[in-house]
Design a protein around this ligand. Structure first.
Ligand SMILES: Cc1cc2nc3c(=O)[nH]c(=O)nc-3n(C[C@H](O)[C@H](O)[C@H](O)COP(=O)(O)OP(=O)(O)OC[C@H]3O[C@@H](n4cnc5c(N)ncnc54)[C@H](O)[C@@H]3O)c2cc1C
Ligand SMILES: NC(=O)c1ccc[n+]([C@@H]2O[C@H](COP(=O)([O-])OP(=O)(O)OC[C@H]3O[C@@H](n4cnc5c(N)ncnc54)[C@H](O)[C@@H]3O)[C@@H](O)[C@H]2O)c1
Length: 453
C-alpha cells in the first residue's frame, strides 16, 4: 500500500491499511500532519478560542475580565498547537502505527507505482491519493505583483497586523476576520454576495456578519474585487463599485483547489488541478488500483469528513469490498446528505445535512421550522444570548434532513443533529429524546413543539 499525502486523511487511510495487515508507505513532501495541523484547523481554532472566551466572560456579570487579549500569549499557545511547525511528533506517531514514512513528492508512475524523487515504489494492492488542496487564487489584475496572504500566513503570523483586508466571505474569510479583529487588527471583509457564508442558511451569514461588525470588522458586501496594487498602507484592493479598501496585508480567501497539479493524473485521463472523481469506496473512476480521499476528491473539504472517507477507503482496500451497500463500513455514504460543519466564529454556525434550499432542489417535501434559541439554558449561558435554529423536515418520511444552529457555543449541539439525520430518526421518535434541563439542547423540544408535536 502506498498513500500519497500525509495530511490527516492520508494518515488515517494509511493507519487503517496498516492495522489491516498491509505493509504501508506514507509519502509526504512537506510536513506529516498536513495543512490541517499546521496552517488550517488547529492554528485557526487556537487563534479564535481566546477571543471567544473573553467575549463569553464579558456576557456574564461578576466574572472579572481585562479589556483585551494578551496577543503574545495567544500566539505562543497557537505555536504550541502547531508544535512550532515541527512534524517530528507526527512522524513518531506514524512510525508507531507501523507506517514507513517516505519524504518527497509522489507522482503516479504506472500501475500501482509511485515515483518519489526518482525512486519508484510499487504497491502490492493499491495507491491512495490524499494530497489535499491548495488556495484558489483569482485572476485579479495586479494580484500577482503584490505580496498577499493565503490561509497559511493568516494562521501562522507571529504578530497581529495593524490592518487586514480579507477577500472572500467563506469559512476561512469569516474565521480569520474575527480572529485577527479580536487580536487587535483593523479588519475589512470583502464579500461578493449579500452576506458571508453563501453556502449556509441565510440567517447564519446574517448573524455572523452582525457578530463581525460588533467586533469592529468592516463588512463590505455586494462588491467584487477588480484589482490589487501596493499602497502607502500596504495593499489596496479596487472594488467593483469604484471604491477601494486598504490594509497592511491582504488575505485572499477565495476557496481551495484540489492538489492534483503535479501528480501525473493526466496519464489516467484526469485534468491536472481538477478533483479526482471517486465512487463511495474512494475508488478513482476507471482505475481499479487507485483510490483517493479528502480534499483532493472535492467531496467535502473538511478534516472529519476526509478522515471518514479514509476509513472507508482503508476498509475497502483491506476487505476487497466490491459495490458495498450504502451505510456500510467501506463506503462514505454520509458525504451526500449528512455532512456536519462548524464555523468557529462568535456566533458559531453548526449545521448538518441539507439547507432548506438544497432540500427543495433535491425534490423533498420540505417543511422548515425556525426558532430563536431562547430557552432557560441559553439565558443562563450568557446574558443577552442571541441565537437561531432551523430544522428542515422531509414531510414524506417525517425525518430531519437538515439542521442549523447559530449562536455562541452551539458547536456541541451538532452531533445530536448529525445522529438524527444519519439515523433518519422520525420527528415522532425524536420527541422521546428528552433534552436535559436547563441546557441549550432544550431548543430541540421547542423545535418539535413548533413543528406541531
Ligand atoms: C484556514 C483553514 C481552516 C480550516 N479549519 C477547519 C476546521 O476547523 N475543521 C475542518 O474540518 N476543516 C477545516 N479546514 C479544512 C481542512 O484543513 C481540510 O479539509 C483538511 O486539511 C483536508 O485534509 P487532507 O489530508 O485531505 O489534505 P491536507 O491537510 O491538505 O494534506 C495533504 C498533504 O499532502 C501532501 N502532499 C500534497 N501533494 C503531495 C505529493 N505529490 N507528494 C507527497 N505529499 C503531497 C501535503 O504536503 C499535505 O501534507 C480548514 C481549512 C483551512 C484552509
Ligand atoms: N471551520 C471549518 O470547518 C472550516 C474552516 C475553514 C475552512 N474550511 C473549509 O475549507 C474550505 C476552504 O475555505 P474557503 O473559505 O477558502 O472557501 P469557501 O469556498 O468556503 O469560500 C470562498 C468564498 O470566496 C468567495 N469568492 C470566490 N472568488 C471570489 C472573488 N474573486 N472575489 C470575492 N469573493 C470570492 C466565494 O463566493 C466563497 O464565498 C471550505 O470548503 C471550508 O469548508 C472549514
Amino acid at each position: 500500500m502506498i498513500v500519497i499525502g500525509g495530511g490527516p486523511v492520508g494518515e488515517n487511510a494509511a493507519a487503517r491499511t496498516a492495522a489491516g495487515g498491509l505493509r504501508t508507505a506514507l509519502v509526504e513532501f512537506e510536513r506529516v500532519g498536513g495543512e490541517c495541523s499546521y496552517w488550517a484547523c488547529m492554528p485557526s481554532k487556537a487563534l479564535l478560542r481566546p477571543g471567544h472566551a473573553l467575549a463569553a466572560a464579558r456576557r456574564l456579570p461578576g466574572v472579572p475580565v481585562g479589556d483585551r487579549l494578551d496577543v503574545a500569549a495567544v500566539l505562543k499557545r497557537r505555536n504550541g498547537f502547531t508544535s512550532d511547525w515541527d512534524d517530528s511528533g507526527q512522524v513518531g506517531w506514524a512510525e508507531g502505527a507501523g507506517l514507513t514514512v517516505v519524504r518527497g513528492r509522489g507522482r503516479l508512475a504506472g500501475e500501482r507505482q509511485v515515483d518519489v524523487g526518482g525512486r519508484v515504489l510499487t504497491a502490492s494492492r493499491a495507491v491512495v491519493v490524499c494530497t489535499g488542496s491548495v488556495p484558489r487564487i483569482p485572476s485579479l489584475p495586479g494580484l500577482a505583483d503584490v505580496p498577499y496572504w493565503t490561509s497559511r500566513e493568516a494562521t501562522s503570523a507571529q504578530e497581529a497586523p495593524a490592518s487586514l483586508v480579507v477577500l472572500g466571505g467563506g469559512v476561512v474569510g469569516v474565521e480569520m476576520a474575527q480572529a485577527w479583529a479580536r487580536l487587535g487588527s483593523r479588519v475589512t471583509l470583502v464579500v461578493s454576495g449579500e452576506r458571508p457564508l453563501p453556502k449556509a442558511e441565510d440567517f447564519a451569514g446574517d448573524l455572523v456578519a452582525e457578530g463581525l461588525r460588533e467586533d469592529g470588522v468592516r463588512v463590505v458586501t455586494g462588491v467584487r474585487a477588480t484589482g490589487a496594487s501596493t499602497a502607502d498602507a500596504g495593499i489596496s484592493l479596487a472594488l467593483s463599485d469604484g471604491s477601494s479598501v486598504e490594509g497592511a496585508h491582504l488575505l485572499v480567501a477565495t476557496g481551495r483547489a484540489p492538489a492534483t497539479a503535479d501528480l501525473g493524473v493526466e496519464r489516467y485521463g484526469f485534468e491536472a488541478g481538477a478533483p479526482l472523481p471517486v465512487d463511495d469506496t474512494g475508488r478513482v473512476s476507471g482505475v481499479d488500483w487507485l483510490y483517493a480521499a479528502g480534499d483532493v476528491t472535492g467531496r467535502a473539504l473538511l478534516t472529519h469528513q476526509g478522515k471518514y472517507q479514509a476509513r472507508a477507503v482503508g476498509t475497502a482496500i483491506v476487505t476487497g469490498a466490491v459495490d458495498p451497500e450504502p451505510w456500510t463500513a467501506p463506503v462514505s455514504t454520509a458525504d451526500h446528505t449528512a455532512v456536519p460543519q462548524v464555523v468557529f466564529t462568535d456566533p458559531e454556525v453548526a449545521s448538518v445535512g441539507r439547507t432548506a434550499a438544497e432540500a427543495r432542489e433535491a425534490g423533498l417535501d420540505v417543511r422548515v421550522v425556525d426558532l430563536d434559541i431562547a430557552v432557560a439554558g441559553s439565558s443562563l449561558h450568557a446574558d443577552g444570548y442571541r441565537g437561531k435554529a432551523r430544522m428542515v423536515v422531509d414531510e414524506r418520511t417525517r425525518t430531519l434532513v437538515g439542521v442549523t444552529f447559530v449562536g455562541p457555543d452551539v458547536a456541541e449541539l451538532l452531533h445530536a443533529a448529525t445522529i438524527a439525520v444519519v439515523g433518519e430518526v422520525t420527528v415522532d421518535r425524536l420527541w422521546h429524546a428528552v433534552p436535559a434541563y436547563p441546557t441549550i439542547s432544550e431548543v430541540w423540544l421547542r423545535l418539535l413543539e413548533a413543528y406541531g408535536l
